[in-house]
Design a protein around this ligand. Structure first.
Ligand SMILES: [Zn+2]
Length: 238
């Protein structure tokens, strides 16, 4: 009986590994997707900043041209002031000059903001480029490790399944049936060692009678509380 249980303990480890391998088929692609997205986002951020700098420089140039135009206009209007003859002409010209000055002031403000924006982006762009490069390098390494894992999951499962059937054939059918049944209900841990005279999984204390049965080691003893298979291991206190 002890050797059956010891086989089951080995089986349990293999089943755990198999479960992990199956789960990795789900989470590895998710992890890879996250790493790829992180690279994309960092690169997008860098590209957006570069694009914004270019656009801001174009805006800066057109604002400077417009300003030069407006200043030329202002100069002409101010020259016309010298040749004014009537109050009516004077009023009209003053109003025109005021309009041009307001336009100049508005464009100057916009130009200043644009220049500040360019300076700020120029200061950030190096950092963003480095960040994107670092993330690409780091994540690419991780991605190739994960890809290797993905590629080998199938063969690892095959190996574990081979090990499993090697053990399973050496365990009596009815014992295997108990194992499978408990595994279905309880998940991973089916065979549990006795700890401090109690079930090692649910901690339900065992009666002295049960302990005696376990030590006799001639039948499978299940925990009354959780139904798991109990195993008496050497070193457990009497
Ligand atoms: Zn139990």
């Amino acid at each position: 009986m002890q050797s059956d249980l010891e086989m089951l303990l080995k089986l349990q480890v293999i089943d755990y590994d198999l479960g992990e391998l199956e789960r990795s088929k789900e989470y590895l692609p998710d992890m890879m997707e996250n790493l790829r997205r992180e690279i994309e986002e960092a690169e997008q951020q860098h590209q957006n900043s570069e694009k914004e700098i270019k656009e801001s420089r174009v805006l800066q140039m057109s604002l400077e041209l417009e300003l030069a135009g407006k200043q030329g206009e202002l100069k002409k209007l101010q020259e016309q002031m010298m040749a004014i003859k009537t109050n009516k002409e004077y009023d009209a010209l003053v109003s025109q000059i005021d309009n041009v000055k307001a336009a100049i002031s508005e464009k100057e403000t916009l130009l200043l903001e644009t220049i500040e924006r360019i300076e700020k982006l120029d200061g950030e762009i190096g950092e963003l480029e480095k960040k994107a490069k670092d993330i690409r390098e780091r994540n690419s390494k991780e991605l190739s490790i994960l890809q290797e894992k993905m590629d080998s999951v199938g063969s690892k499962i095959g190996i574990k399944e081979g090990e499993r059937s090697n053990i399973a054939v050496r365990v009596p059918k009815r014992v295997m049936m108990v194992y499978e049944r408990v595994r279905k209900v309880r998940g991973g841990t089916v065979v549990v060692p006795v700890r401090k005279r109690a079930c090692g999984a649910c901690y339900k204390a065992l009666s002295p009678h049960r302990i005696q049965e376990l030590k006799r080691n001639d039948q499978i003893i299940v925990c009354d509380n959780c139904g798991r298979l109990l195993i008496w291991q050497n070193g457990e206190s009497e």
